[in-house]
Design a protein around this ligand. Sequence first.
Ligand code: RB5
Length: 142
Amino acid sequence: MIAIGSDHGGFALKSEIIKHLEARGLSYRDFGTYTEASCDYPDFGRAVAKAVASGEYERGIIICGTGIGISITANKVRGIRAALCGDCFSAEACREHNDANILALGARVIGPGLALKIVDTFLDTPFSGDERHVRRISKIEE
Ligand code: RB5
């Protein structure tokens, strides 16, 4: 189950991603925002991060204009490893090396075509489980 959320800057891209998740038959919950009206990205970054940290949702996807504010917010929640990605290499590495549990995207930075490829890479790449990566992630949690 995927938790997804955005501010107004990420609303249009979030709608594209939701259509894509539905086409893939993946279940999700949209934590808002639900309109283009101006709002505050921390409200939605926090809601998605809490949902993932609770264990109820396996992964999260968060979107704002740059992806920066919303990823900073999500990373304040214990247990969250949110990765801001603008390319598929980073999306693959954040899963293999960092076991990232939230993907952050900047809707004013990348187009929808690349964003969907990044989403697929993030969702389809497993954590490597290598001892050195497990050790490093443990140090983050400490
Ligand atoms: C909203 O205008 C914008 O500041 C927000 O979407 C995001 O880019 C913040 O980091």
